[in-house]
Each structure stands twice: as structure tokens, then as C-alpha cells.
Write a protein that binds this ligand. Structure first.
Ligand SMILES: [Zn+2]
Length: 260
């Protein structure tokens, strides 16, 4: 049975691929479809971005515009609710507690988190090591692996600083472990939520808004640079489609399988 793994590398800028040694991401460019010009949402802040990723609407619609969660005024079923309705088993592996609100209670089959380990240099290794046995077993239909330390390095040392690029290399090593653990029938989506400039992000500057985006799987062309515009809003309909589940009618993103 097919499955989808979604790996988030928080705060990764596309030009890091030129400046750092990132063989895992380079491998995804060769083995899958990608664009280095995908777009974040406004405000380009982690929780608004993730809420848009999982609900396929911009912050102006879901109403979460800071890293503080509030209930949606007009709730939209998100990717996890949609998959759960279709009897798909979903799991989260994260190191930032706020992400627990990306799905409503009762919809995840499994959730693992080590709060604030995104502030530790090895924080993403903790997440990856927790997820690997489940990925090897194909335990879940949809698995979200959140890697937060590149963003932390950006805030601490500056985006594109030596320390930031070193952390990107460390996280790429974790990504390679995930790629090696994937079962042959699994698809993988890897992207960032936003970029950054100086020691911050959240604006509509290109440095904050432009993100790298990668897809790989049996039905995804290899070595294909996506020419269509790609947005964070496209992830939920694409992941659902890869699992044979239709988009919710209010989702605004597109199924990227239709533009490859
Ligand atoms: Zn972020």
C-alpha cells in the first residue's frame, strides 16, 4: 500500500543548496521533481505557514497569524482530518509543541515530540531516530517529520551564516537516513515553510518567501524541475492525492501531480 512521508526543514532557503554540501537534497533533485522558487505565505512565520500547509488556505482565511494558536473562526477540515476520515493512519514526529494543533484531537494514530529539542544541535536527530523504525515498517499511511534546527540556527547566527549552513548539512544527513529508510512504495515531500534574512523572517521579502520544494515517488518524474508556480497551499491536496484521497472543497491549493 502506498504511503506518504512529509519532511519539513524549517527555515531552509533554496540558495543553501549552492552554499552547503547537501547530498540528500541534491539526490532528491535527481530522483524526483523539484522547484527552488516555491512560495511561502504571508506572514512567513512558522505556525501560520504550517496551518496553511495542513489546511490549504492562506493565513487570511485560517486566521492564525502568529506562533500562538487560536481556534479557527470558520474551521476547515485539514489534511489529517481528511485522511483520518478515509481511514488513513497518520503520525507526527516533531520537536516543537505548537505543531500539535495542526490536527484536531483524535485524528492522529501516533504522535511523538520532544519539546524545544529544536534548540539543540542534535534535536533533529532525536526526531529522525524516533521516526525511522516506523518508516522502515511502513507503519503509517502519512508521516510528518518536522526538523526545526535549521531555523534555530538562522535565528541564533543569521540566515546563510556558516553556522546556519553547517546545521543545514547536519539536517541533510538526517534526511538521507529518512530517504534510505523509505519503503519502495512510499512517496516523499520535502520542503521548507519560509526562508529568512539576517536573524529573522516573517516579511514578504523574497528571502523570506522563497522556499525549496521536492517530491519523489513512483508516479513522480525524476530529474524534473517544476515550471508551474508552487505554494505551501499545494502540499495538502498533493499528499491527499498520493494516498487516493480527494481534496476538501474549500482547499485553495492545487494537486501538484496535475502540473508535473
Ligand atoms: Zn519556520
Amino acid at each position: 500500500m502506498s504511503s506518504v512521508v512529509f519532511v519539513m526543514i524549517d527555515g531552509l532557503r533554496p540558495d543553501a543548496l549552492d552554499k552547503a554540501n547537501l547530498p540528500g537534497l541534491q539526490r532528491l533533485k535527481v530522483e524526483g521533481a523539484y522547484t527552488l522558487r516555491a512560495q511561502s505565505v504571508n506572514p512567513s512565520i512558522t505556525l501560520p505557514c504550517h496551518t496553511s500547509i495542513f489546511h490549504s488556505v492562506p493565513p487570511s482565511r485560517h486566521g492564525i497569524v502568529s506562533n500562538e494558536w487560536t481556534p479557527q473562526v470558520r474551521p476547515i477540515p485539514g489534511l489529517i482530518e481528511r485522511l483520518n476520515q478515509a481511514d488513513k493512519r497518520c503520525a507526527f514526529f516533531t520537536n516543537w509543541e505548537e505543531l500539535r494543533d495542526l490536527s484536531r484531537p483524535g485524528n492522529l494514530a501516533f504522535s511523538w515530540y520532544a519539546n524545544e529539542s529544536y534548540n539543540l544541535a542534535e534535536g533533529d536527530r532525536m526526531v529522525t531516530d524516533a521516526a525511522l523504525p516506523y518508516l522502515q515498517q511502513g507503519a503509517f499511511d502519512f508521516t510528518f517529520v518536522y526538523l526545526g534546527t535549521v531555523d534555530s540556527a538562522g535565528h541564533a547566527y543569521g540566515w546563510m551564516s556558516d553556522e546556519y549552513l553547517q546545521q543545514a548539512e547536519a539536517v541533510d544527513a538526517e534526511l538521507r537516513k529518512i530517504l534510505d529508510a523509505l519503503r519502495p512504495d512510499a512517496s516523499i515531500i520535502v520542503h521548507a515553510d519560509h526562508g529568512g534574512h539576517e536573524r529573522t523572517h516573517g516579511t514578504e521579502m523574497p528571502e523570506d518567501m522563497t522556499i525549496p520544494y521536492f517530491l519523489k515517488g513512483a508516479i513522480i518524474p525524476a530529474g524534473h524541475e517544476i515550471q508551474a508556480e508552487v505554494s505551501l497551499l499545494d502540499t495538502a491536496p498533493t499528499a491527499a492525492a498520493l494516498l487516493g484521497v480527494g481534496a476538501w472543497k474549500e482547499w485553495e491549493g492545487k494537486n501538484l501531480l496535475g502540473v508535473l
